[in-house]
Design a protein around this ligand. Structure first.
Ligand SMILES: Cc1cc2nc3c(=O)[nH]c(=O)nc-3n(C[C@H](O)[C@H](O)[C@H](O)COP(=O)(O)O)c2cc1C
Length: 156
């Protein structure tokens, strides 16, 4: 089973911490979005897209990248966000499914957020992702590796 995770984690590296924990445990390839342009994605059994959330969606560049995922690809989604309002995977899931990709599931947790006015109060979701948040991401990954026919949604 060959897996890759493409990540965009520019705010505080919160999402990257989830990605690294998965990669260390399971020897998954990881590539930042900046270096993902020339990837040949058809060679992978599982493709992870991991991103912080901005304005209710995955980061813009990642939302755009999703348009390039080949039909038939098996995709999973990872994200961190300042406040767990939910619905953050909606747009990218729609894009992926319209392209004919299969979305296996998603994992989301809080991530330290100092955007805009939150900076004035020292940020929100301090200390996140926690050890437990990160362990949750690893558990999620293990679950989807078991070829679970049901969609896996964990976290927020
Ligand atoms: C420009 C910007 C917009 C954001 N918008 C949201 C948002 O709509 N909802 C939310 O919960 N968090 C929002 N956040 C917080 C980030 O999603 C959160 O801190 C995340 O963990 C950052 O991930 P990263 O460090 O991997 O980039 C925003 C952060 C930035 C910088």
């Amino acid at each position: 089973m060959k897996s890759i995770i493409i990540y965009e984690s520019t705010h505080h590296g919160n999402t990257k911490r989830l990605v690294e924990a998965i990669a260390v445990k399971d020897n998954v390839e990881t590539v930042s979005i900046e270096n993902a342009g020339s990837l040949e994605l058809s060679g992978y059994d599982r493709i992870g897209l991991a991103s912080g959330i901005a304005f209710g969606k995955f980061y813009k560049r990642m939302e755009k990248f999703a348009e390039k995922i080949p039909a038939g690809a098996q995709v999973f989604l990872l994200y961190t966000c300042g406040s767990p309002a939910g619905g953050y995977v909606k747009n990218i899931t729609r894009t992926l499914e319209a392209k004919g990709a299969k979305v296996l599931g998603n994992y989301g947790c809080k991530g330290y957020d100092t955007y805009g006015p939150f900076k004035l109060v020292g940020g929100i979701a301090k200390g996140h992702p926690t050890k437990e948040d990160i362990a949750g991401a690893v558990a999620f990954y293990n679950k989807i590796q078991m070829n679970n026919p049901h969609k896996t949604e964990v976290g927020l």
